[in-house]
Design a protein around this ligand. Structure first.
Ligand code: F6R
Length: 612
């Protein structure tokens, strides 16, 4: 997820003007930034920095002033590390086309290879760099810049948005395209603004046009024209917005956490699109060889906190789909448990930030004893990603809320896909119903949205139960980690004492706490352990505990023995943890809201834990 801005108009210092706006897009990512304009002599002027927008602001203090247009970008790395070379804008070899881009060009490998064959050379590791070269190639066969731009956009696959300027365009216009990634036009007094979202423009205008999918925007600074991909003009009406700057950054949600919870359908759809191609699972960035992965005899999974819960699911998935034994170890305990490391033992570590000190220490320990490390990270180029022999990115986009939500579900989906991939390359997938599994993976995004449709029930429950002192979260098998994660979400943002247990463990001690003042969240969605969960719920019911159950749509049995039921859409049980945790994220959220907690910044916590 990156932030992009384009501007055309009569501002005296357009570059400074848009780079200022870029600051409010930093919530979308800030590992590097860059800007470009056409200088008074007609040349492309470009500046880029590694780091935050503030550094870019300092760098462009003395920039060309008499220019009518500019573009700018703040990056959240997806392809290639955060470096100046990988920072946007990206240009063609003649330095006359500059592009800023947000999203992923899924066919960039194919396009890059075709362009290399035609003599184009590449300097960055990004997917973006194919765009200026592709436009240059299209210009050779097109009558106008608009036609070349359109043709290039049509050849790009994925969900993305981009803004482009041309040094030699006689009409001196700015071009943009929206393909499934947000792009909004701001109508100013003397000019136009186009950006990833309205947060960068609310202080200048309240009149905006939300571009729709597959629309092209072109402006000469006096008027705006919007076209479909076939070049037909589309007439759109500007809208008036009422948001202030703070609300705009959060896309209208009251907190980053709520925004991030709601981003999950799109992220899970994106992961499915990226990873499933022609009945195969694709991890194009994975540098560990298939030959090595076939030889692996044991897998250790390690992480902290929420990522540790994703590891737990990883163990279940790996053991379900492959013949490899898998073990989960908390990173802070890794070196004390003395795992039997060595060449044929793979260590998988999961980390959103890629900077967690304990996880990093485990990687170093594993490497010291000859194991290879494969990390699943969200932050591209992070220390953990750099120090691991293999890395797979989870593509959740920047996560600002301290309590992890979208990072978790993207980790779970990615480790699920990795387990399937291992079974595929090791020839252990013969008995799997791949058609069904792929169908269900693709359906996850929409099923998460169905949980949002049920938010009224969740809010009602939160209002009823927020003042209780303690809660258990009970689940079995694939939803045991969901119980652990549900409890963690609740305690970290609402400060309610909450513990996750494997439901079968209740009888061995914890059940002593149950009375009519104790909340028990039970996961009883359909699957192999359903009947066993019903028995566990009955045990709690008999002791007058207050039961809040997650059940599959239409289940009457659970309803009879629960105080509150939150209905979930059906999905194969392996993927149910991704759907079920959404209800618990929302429940924790609204419990915390009822208690008046500072949800984005819970007490005593930090987003990245870089000390052991
Ligand atoms: C909880 C949470 C933490 C992190 C943990 C690991 O909501 O965010 O428990 O999961 O600190 O962090 P990463 O994934 O960055 O290694």
């Amino acid at each position: 997820m990156c932030g992009i801005i384009g501007y055309i108009g009569k501002e005296k210092k357009p570059l400074q003007f848009i780079v200022k706006g870029l600051e409010s897009l930093e919530y979308r990512g800030y590992d590097s930034a860059g800007a470009a304009c056409i200088d008074p002599k007609g040349n492309l002027f470009i500046k880029k920095v590694k780091g935050r927008v503030k550094l870019l602001e300092d760098l462009i203090k003395k920039t060309p002033q008499k220019t009518n247009l500019g573009i700018a970008h703040t990056r959240w790395a997806t392809h290639g590390e955060p470096t100046v070379i990988n920072a946007h804008p990206h240009v063609n070899a003649d330095n006359d086309i500059a592009v800023v881009h947000n999203g992923i060009i899924e066919n960039h490998f194919t396009l890059k290879n075709e362009l290399i064959k035609k003599g184009y050379s590449f300097v960055s590791q990004t997917d973006t760099e194919v765009i200026p070269h592709l436009i240059e190639e299209e210009l050779k066969h097109s009558l106008t810049y608009q036609e070349a731009f359109n043709n290039a956009v049509k050849k790009l696959e994925g969900s993305f948005s981009l803004v482009v300027i041309f040094k030699n365009d006689p009409k001196k216009r700015i071009y943009a395209a929206k393909m499934d990634s947000p792009l909004v036009v701001g109508i100013l007094k003397e000019g136009f603004y186009i950006a990833s979202d309205i947060s960068s423009m609310v202080q200048h205008t309240k009149n905006v046009i939300y571009l729709k999918e597959k629309q092209i925007f072109i402006s000469d600074g006096i008027s705006v024209n919007i076209y479909d991909l076939d070049g037909n003009e589309v007439h759109v009406k500007p809208e008036k917005i009422t948001w202030n700057v703070e609300k705009a950054e959060k896309k209208g949600f009251e907190t980053f956490m709520l925004k991030e919870i709601h981003e999950q359908p799109e992220i899970l759809k994106k992961i499915a699109r990226m990873r499933l191609k022609n009945k195969k699972i694709i991890f194009e960035e994975l540098s560990l060889s298939k030959a090595y992965l076939k030889r692996v005899k044991r897998i250790y999974l390690t992480a902290c906190g929420t990522a540790y819960h994703a590891c737990f699911l990883g163990k279940y998935y790996i053991e379900e789909f492959t013949g490899i034994p898998a073990e989960v170890i908390l990173s802070s305990e890794f070196r004390y448990t003395r795992p039997k490391l060595g060449k044929d033992k793979l260590v998988i570590c999961i980390s959103q930030s890629g900077e967690t000190a304990d996880t990093l220490a485990s990687i170093r320990e594993a490497k010291k004893y000859g194991s290879k490390v494969l990390s699943l990270c969200n932050v591209v180029g992070s220390t953990i990603a750099r120090e691991s022999e293999g890395v797979i990115y989870t593509h959740a986009g920047i996560e600002i809320g301290v309590a992890s939500t979208k990072a978790y579900t993207s980790q779970v989906m990615t480790i699920f896909l990795l387990a399937l991939y291992l079974s595929e390359i090791r020839g252990e997938d013969k008995d799997l119903n791949k058609n069904l599994i792929f169908k269900e993976i693709r359906a996850v995004g929409d099923k998460i949205s169905q949980v949002f449709d049920n938010v009224k029930e969740i809010k009602k429950g939160a209002k009823k139960y927020f003042s209780y002192q303690g809660a258990f979260y009970l689940g079995r098998h694939f939803n045991y980690p969901t119980a652990l994660e549900g409890a963690l979400k609740n305690k970290e943002i609402s400060y309610m004492h909450a513990e996750g247990y494997a439901a079968g463990e209740m009888k061995h001690g914890p059940i002593a706490l149950i009375d009519n003042n104790f909340l028990v969240f039970c996961i009883a969605t359909k699957g192999q352990v359903y009947e066993k969960m019903i028995s566990n719920i009955q045990e709690v019911h008999a002791r007058k505990g207050l039961i809040i159950s997650l059940a599959t749509q239409g289940d009457e049995k659970v309803k009879r023995i629960s105080d509150t039921v939150i209905y979930m859409p059906y999905i194969v049980e392996e993927l149910s943890p991704i759907i079920n945790i959404i209800a618990f994220q929302l429940m924790a959220y609204y419990i915390a809201q009822n208690k008046g907690c500072d949800i984005d910044k819970p007490r005593n916590l930090a987003k990245s834990v870089t000390v052991e």
